[in-house]
Design a protein around this ligand. Structure first.
Ligand code: SF4
Length: 242
């Protein structure tokens, strides 16, 4: 049976997110560095990882969203898959993502002629990719750490990476993952208070109905994006989606 995450009570989700942070912090950085060394990934500039077809959306930490607001605010959109919808039909999501271009691959807004236009200022997730540090179930349901994304599907492998570089990548990867989880935890805590103070609650039926109307009829949605400790309101039209 699949349990929708938005139906899990927020206090339970807060506890789970806090535990996940503790487990991530306890994960030895040297172990991650040794995986990075062993894999020896080297980018071949294929540009595959900068498309939604390959990687889904590019999630932005709050500091990255602030950078995008400076570079080009049109590149921002609410992160996909809002987590809550209240009884008034207002959606809530944690953070922003980068928009994609209107092509079949969903190429990143900033990728032009196969090169990143903001490479020197690229965002946290872009800097650490393809490394990650997530706990995920495998095909048998056993939950374990996953450290590399898209293994064997892009780039080259078994290249020699100096120890100081693997240590730096491992540190940056852990830093990103912790910041990501802390952002999610802050969102959940905020939403718990916001719902309680304003007499609001998540209603899955309204969530489903509004999303269906959005995709089928183009009915606009109001999405509140949690960023920097507060909500920022967006009106989403179907045409806004790449
Ligand atoms: S910002 Fe640059 S590195 Fe990041 S996904 Fe877009 S094109 Fe790729």
């Amino acid at each position: 049976m699949v349990i929708l995450v938005s139906l899990i009570p927020i206090p339970l989700r807060i506890t789970a997110a806090s535990q996940e942070i503790d487990e991530l912090v306890a994960y030895p950085q040297e172990d991650l560095a040794s995986v990075i060394k062993e894999v020896g990934f080297s980018c071949t500039l294929c540009g595959k990882c900068c498309t939604r077809a390959f990687n889904g959306h590019v999630f932005l930490l709050d500091k990255d969203a602030a950078a995008v607001k400076e570079i080009d605010p049109n590149a921002l959109e609410p992160a996909p898959f809002p987590e809550f919808c209240d009884q008034n039909g207002v959606f809530y999501v944690s953070g922003y993502a980068l928009k994609a271009q209107e092509d079949d691959l969903g190429t990143c807004y900033f990728l032009k002629n196969g090169r990143c236009k903001v490479y020197d200022r690229r965002f946290s997730i872009c800097r650490i990719y393809p490394y990650m540090l997530h706990r995920e179930p495998d095909e048998h349901g056993k939950v374990d750490w996953r450290q590399v994304s898209g293994l064997g599907e892009h780039g080259e492998y078994e290249k020699e990476i100096p120890d100081d570089e693997t240590a730096a990548i491992a540190a940056e990867t852990k830093e990103y993952e912790e910041a990501y989880l802390r952002q999610e935890l802050a969102f959940l805590r905020f939403m718990k208070d916001h719902f309680a103070k304003n007499n609001l609650r998540h209603v899955q039926k309204i969530y489903d109905d509004r999303l269906r109307a959005f995709h089928k009829k183009g009915t606009a949605l109001t999405v509140e994006v949690f960023c920097d400790g507060k909500l920022e309101e967006h009106r989403m039209k179907r045409d806004d989606l790449a």
